[in-house]
Design a protein around this ligand. Structure first.
Ligand SMILES: [Zn+2]
Length: 270
C-alpha cells in the first residue's frame, strides 16, 4: 500500500463540516456517508439537519474545557441516564475514554518523592476507563433490546463497534456476519469490514479492505496507522496519524499516538 499516494486525500475535505448528532463533534466527510471522526457512529440525520438533531447537552459537553471536566462528567452521566439511544451511549463512552487517556498519559514522571499526584491521576484514569467500558456494555444491552424486536443496520453496527472496542472479537465477528445479511447502506457494511479485518485479518486482507474505504472514510487513516505500527513501520504510522489528527479528535487515535511514541522512545534508548 502506497501511503504517500493516499495522504493528499485528507487535504480534500471540505472546510465546513456537519456536527455529529451523537457526540457533537464535526464530521469529516466527503460523500455524506462518512463515519464520525470522534465516535465512529454513522449519523442517521441528513447533513443539513444534523445541528437540529444534536441534543443541546452534547453541544454543551463539547464546549466545556478540559480543566472543568467535573462539569462535563455530570452532563455525561445525566445524558446517559436519560437517553435510550445506543449510539449516544457509545459516543458518551468515548468522552470517558478520552479523559482517561488524558490523565494517564499526562502523568508527570519527573515528579520526585512520594508521587501522590501521579498515583491519584493513574487511579482516576482507571476509574474513567471502567466508566467508558460500562457505557460500552450498556450500548450492547440497548442494541440487543432493539435487535430482539428488529435487526436494524444501525443497532447491529453500533453493537459491532462496542464489541470491537471491548475486544470481544468473536462476538464482533458474529455481529459482522449479521450485518452482511442486511443491505441498506453499503458504506456501513464496507466500513465495518475494514475495521474488523484491519484489526484481525492478514496483511493482504487488511490492505484490501483499507484500500476500499480510504477515499470515502477518513477514519481509515487511523486503521492504516495502526496497521503500519503493527508491522513495525512506526515512522510511517506516526506520519499518517499526525496528518489524521490534524483533522480528527478520535480518542483512539490519541491513544495510539502515545503508544507509538513509547515504542519510538524505547528504540531510541536501546
Ligand atoms: Zn460522533
Amino acid at each position: 500500500m502506497d501511503v504517500s499516494r493516499y495522504l493528499h486525500i485528507l487535504e480534500l475535505q471540505p472546510a465546513r463540516q456537519p456536527i455529529c448528532e451523537f457526540c457533537g463533534n464535526e464530521i469529516a466527510e466527503y460523500t455524506g456517508t462518512g463515519a464520525c471522526g470522534f465516535c465512529e457512529m454513522f449519523p442517521s440525520a441528513a447533513a443539513s439537519e444534523m445541528h437540529a438533531a444534536t441534543p443541546d447537552s452534547i453541544k454543551q459537553i463539547n464546549s466545556i474545557s478540559d480543566e472543568r471536566w467535573e462539569e462535563a462528567e455530570k452532563l455525561i452521566e445525566k445524558l446517559s441516564a436519560e437517553s435510550a439511544s445506543p449510539g449516544m451511549q457509545y459516543a458518551l463512552s468515548q468522552f470517558y475514554f478520552r479523559r482517561s487517556n488524558q490523565l494517564y498519559y499526562g502523568i508527570d514522571y519527573n515528579l520526585h518523592g512520594y508521587m501522590k499526584e501521579n498515583s491519584d491521576k493513574r487511579e482516576a484514569s482507571w476509574v474513567l476507563l471502567g466508566k467508558a467500558k460500562g457505557l460500552m456494555y450498556k450500548t450492547i444491552k440497548l442494541c440487543n433490546d432493539q435487535i430482539a424486536k428488529s435487526s436494524t443496520q444501525e443497532a447491529l453496527y453500533t453493537r459491532f463497534t462496542a464489541e470491537m472496542s471491548l475486544q470481544r472479537h468473536r462476538d464482533a465477528k458474529a455481529t459482522l456476519d449479521l450485518l452482511a445479511g442486511i443491505k441498506s447502506n453499503d458504506e456501513v457494511s464496507l466500513y465495518s469490514n475494514m475495521v474488523y479485518y484491519s484489526t484481525l485479518g492478514s496483511k493482504k486482507i487488511a490492505t484490501k479492505f483499507m484500500e476500499s474505504t480510504i477515499s470515502s472514510q477518513p477514519n481509515t487513516f487511523y486503521y492504516l496507522a495502526r496497521h503500519l505500527a503493527k508491522y513495525g513501520n512506526t515512522r510511517g504510522a506516526g506520519t499518517v496519524l499526525g496528518k489524521f489528527m490534524e483533522r480528527s479528535r478520535m480518542p483512539k487515535a490519541y491513544h495510539l499516538l502515545q503508544k507509538i511514541k513509547a515504542v519510538e522512545g524505547a528504540s531510541e534508548i536501546s
